[in-house]
Design a protein around this ligand. Structure first.
Ligand code: HEM
Length: 406
C-alpha cells in the first residue's frame, strides 16, 4: 500500500520518463519489477537554465563549496566543468557517469529527479585569470546586524547543489562530482538538507520548515509574468546594467545556513508563533484572513484596531516594496546535524534564494529583516555564500560555464 501511495502522489507527468539505460527500461526485457514513478522521474540536465532552480523541491539536498587547488588556472577549471557537466548529464538520466569507476551507490535506483546546479564564487575569477569578467552582482554581501558567520563554512570558489528524491542518489551524485574534482579542487564545506518526501502527505502541498510553518507560499511562480525577470538574467544580458554576456540565462544564488533556536521557539504559544510570522501555523493562511494562497492584506485591522499582521511580522518585513511580491525564489532545505554542546538541536534552514540580481533581491530584504523582523530572536545566520549560477548547457556537447571559460 505504501508503494502505491507514493507512486500515486509523485508528479503525474514524467518529462524525462524512463531514460535509456536506466533500470526502468531494462526491466521490460529482464522482467525485474519496474521502478516506481518516483525513481524513474528525470529532469533534463541540458537547457537554457540549469536544473535545480525552477523544479519543485526534491526530498534531499547536498550543498558543497569547493576551492581550486593551487595551480588550477583557467585550463584546469575548464576541464573540471567539462567533467562535471558530462557526469551530471549522465546521472540525471540514470546513466553511469563517465570518467571514473563508479562506486555503485546508486546502482539500483533511477534518476529520482536528480538535479545538479553549478555556481562560481567571486574568488574563482582572479584565480582563473578571469578578473575582468567578474560580475558586479558578485560584490561581497554586506555585513548584516546579528550575523554570526563562520567564514570556513562560507563562500568558496565553486558551489555545487545536488537535489534528488532519494538520499543514495544524492550521495552518489555529490560523491562522484567530488571524486571528479581530484587534483583540481578540494571541498571547502559541505552541508546536507532535507524536505518532504513525495507521498508523505495526502496531496502535494507546500512543505513545512523545522519551526512547523508552511514555507514557500508566497514564492514567485513560474506562471507569473515577472518570474523570469526576477529569477534569471535575460537571454540577452543588459551590459548597461552590468550584466555580463556570459551570464545569459543564469541566476545568482544566495546561500545562508540559518540555525533555528528551537528550544526558545517551542516555548512560545502557537498564537505568539503566528504573530511572529504573520500566518496561521496549521493552514499557512495569512492573519489577514482567507486560505494559504489568499493574497496578504497588510492594511487589514483587527476589530480592536491593531494590524492583523503585526508591524514586525516576518511576512510584512520580508515583502519587497512596490508590492510586487518576493523578488527572489526561495528554495531552502531543513538541516539537522545532531545536538550542540549545550544540548540544543543543531538544526535550521539551509536558505537558498535564486534571483537575477542579489542587490535588488536578497540584500534589501535581509537588511530590513535583520533590523525589524520578529523572527530574528529565534534564528542565527551562521554561514553565507553568493554564487553566479550560469545559464544551462543548452547543447548536449556543451558544458556549464562554457560562455565564461571559452
Ligand atoms: C516568507 C520562514 C528566512 C524572505 C516566509 C514564510 C515563512 C518564512 C514561514 C511565509 C510563507 C511563505 O510565503 O513562504 C522563514 C524562516 C526563516 C526565513 C523560518 C529563517 C530560518 C528568510 C530570509 C529571507 C526571507 C533570510 C530573505 C532575506 C522571505 C520572503 C517571504 C518569506 C521574501 C515572502 C514574503 C511575502 O511577500 O509574503 N518565510 N524565513 N526569509 N520569507 Fe522567510
Amino acid at each position: 500500500a505504501l508503494a502505491a501511495t507514493s507512486a500515486a502522489s509523485t508528479p503525474a507527468s514524467t518529462p524525462g520518463g524512463a531514460a535509456p539505460g536506466n533500470p526502468a527500461s531494462d526491466s521490460a526485457a529482464g522482467g525485474a519489477p519496474a521502478l516506481t514513478s518516483l525513481g524513474a522521474h528525470a529532469y533534463p540536465f541540458h537547457g537554457a537554465h540549469q536544473a535545480g532552480i525552477v523544479q519543485p523541491m526534491q526530498a534531499r539536498m547536498l550543498s558543497t563549496a569547493f576551492d581550486l587547488t593551487a595551480g588550477t588556472g583557467r585550463p584546469g577549471l575548464t576541464s573540471l566543468m567539462k567533467r562535471w557537466s558530462a557526469a551530471a548529464a549522465a546521472m540525471a538520466e540514470g546513466r553511469t557517469p563517465p570518467g571514473l569507476t563508479d562506486d555503485d551507490t546508486a546502482l539500483d535506483a533511477g534518476p529520482s529527479s536528480l538535479t545538479v546546479t553549478f555556481g562560481f564564487g567571486a574568488p574563482v575569477f582572479a584565480k582563473a585569470g578571469l578578473a575582468a569578467r567578474l560580475p558586479a552582482a558578485l560584490a561581497p554581501l554586506p555585513p548584516f546586524p546579528e550575523d554570526a558567520l563562520d567564514r570556513r563554512r562560507s563562500d568558496g570558489d565553486l558551489w555545487v547543489q545536488v537535489c534528488a528524491d532519494d538520499a543514495l542518489v544524492a550521495f552518489h551524485a555529490m560523491r562522484t562530482l567530488q571524486r571528479l574534482a581530484a587534483g583540481a579542487a578540494t571541498v571547502r564545506w559541505q552541508m546536507s538538507g532535507f524536505s518532504r518526501s513525495p507521498g508523505a502527505t495526502a496531496q502535494p502541498r507546500t512543505g513545512r520548515n523545522l519551526m512547523g510553518q508552511i514555507d514557500g507560499t508566497n514564492n514567485p511562480k513560474p506562471t507569473d509574468s515577472t518570474f523570469d525577470a526576477r529569477v534569471f538574467v535575460p537571454a540577452e544580458p543588459d551590459a548597461g546594467k552590468g550584466q555580463p554576456a556570459w551570464m545569459a540565462g543564469g541566476s545568482y544564488a544566495v546561500f545562508r545556513r540559518i540555525r533555528m533556536l528551537l528550544d526558545h521557539w517551542d516555548q512560545q504559544t502557537t498564537d505568539r508563533q503566528e504573530q511572529v510570522i504573520g500566518r496561521h501555523k496549521a493552514s499557512g493562511a495569512p492573519l489577514s484572513g482567507g486560505a494559504e494562497t489568499t493574497p496578504v492584506d497588510l492594511a487589514k485591522l483587527t476589530p480592536d484596531g491593531a494590524l492583523a499582521i503585526p508591524g514586525d511580522a516576518h511576512i510584512r518585513v520580508a515583502t519587497p516594496d512596490a508590492n510586487q511580491g518576493a523578488a527572489m525564489l526561495r528554495r531552502g532545505y531543513s538541516y539537522h546535524d545532531g545536538l550542540r554542546a549545550d544540548g540544543s538541536p543543531d538544526a535550521g534552514l539551509l536558505f537558498v534564494a535564486f534571483q537575477s540580481d542579489p542587490l535588488t533581491g536578497f540584500v534589501p530584504v535581509q537588511r530590513k529583516l535583520a533590523r525589524a523582523d520578529a523572527l530574528s530572536v529565534f534564528i542565527a545566520h551562521e554561514s553565507s555564500g553568493l554564487y553566479a549560477v550560469p545559464g544551462g548547457a543548452a547543447d548536449p556537447s556543451g558544458y556549464v560555464g562554457q560562455a565564461l571559460l571559452e
